[in-house]
Design a protein around this ligand. Sequence first.
Ligand code: UDP
Length: 415
Amino acid sequence: MTTRLEALDPIAGSGAVDQLRRMADRLRPTRLVHVNSTRIGGGVAELLTGIIPLWNELGIETRWEVIEGDQAFFEVTKAMHNALQGFKTNIGKPLLDHYIEINRRNAEKLDFEADYAVINDPQPAYLIEFMRERAQKWIWRCHIDASRPDRNVWRFLWEAVRKYDASIFSMPGFARNLPHPQYLLYPSIDPLSDKNRELSPEEVSGVMDRLEIERDKPIILQVSRFDSFKDPLGVIQAFEMVHAHTPCRLVLAGGEATDDPEGPRIFAEVQEAARGIADITLLLLHPESHYEVNALQRAADIIVQKSVREGFGLTVTEAMWKGKPVIGGAAGGIVMQVQNFRTGFLVNSPEGCALRIRYLLRHPEVGKRMGKFAKEFVRNYFLVTRNLRDYLSLMLLFRGPDGSRRGRPGRLVVL
Ligand code: UDP
């Protein structure tokens, strides 16, 4: 039977899988643990789902641990997330104490000894305070745009993050003032997952029929959690401007993530904004509707990701992989992915978004050309094989020249 790595080989090309195997050979035996706060919903869960089995296939013994929390905990961590992305927030001391307490309780329950612990995002960041000795190297992997954080929240988080051995960010501009090496590592997609694998036209039509979305007019799609930073209201405004003159449909598809308690409120706002506008479909999908999202992205003519803040924006990568032109908000990692005028357009307002949608509707051949470039760009830079290679390089850097685990890492800038 073909393994996942073997199946990735022809897709990634250039001997990428062979290179991974050779790097992993130099690291074995190594135990790695990834920790985050949800197994389903959102980009981090998506990433880990794809990458964990590949680590194990490479012989790097890897576990995925998910911390548990109550409603109050996830409200604090969502407020932290918003504050790190620049929202003024006031999180009182009792709530911060509760956040620390939940981290402490998780540390008691989590059962691992590892060479490397990769702690994803702020939710589990304080684990290091309670279990430092259980992993040799602690790496904080920040997936969000923390370049202009609320100062109080950042100071609180910094108390824990400064104790890590390294941190990883998704964009050069996200790096912080920290007393350890910081690395730049772009996220990635798994081209073999249900979210990204090839689908036949019949499979795509089947999903569209099931979701009751007619294909009589061009489809504009945004897939995102219902979150104000993803600006679904801005997308509706842009759509209204276009729809007044040009026949088209808008699909806003989003699901819930267990660590994001704000979804239902934002969804209600979106429903209100879309009321009375023809040709808009709002879809509240189950977080594991990967196949459906895949089909929607393939059925769409234009994909929009009009975020006003974004860590990286895996939905953009996914859309580009499907050969679609993407109109993206000029924010965070979207700027790294969408090459303005080549693989899509970067926009800063609903008006700009409307202008670009209208252009692509009028010139579908340009959209197709952009989509071709987009797919190759993802193949070169944003597939899971490249992400694994970067992590392996980082782990090798942590080794001393003699292969011991006592090395001090140097600085690494990828790409
Ligand atoms: N996603 C999904 N269903 C939804 C909404 C989002 O499967 O209804 C997936 C999406 O395909 C992508 C991830 O969730 O893989 C979102 O990642 P992104 O980096 O775009 O945003 P985040 O939610 O992490 O801010």
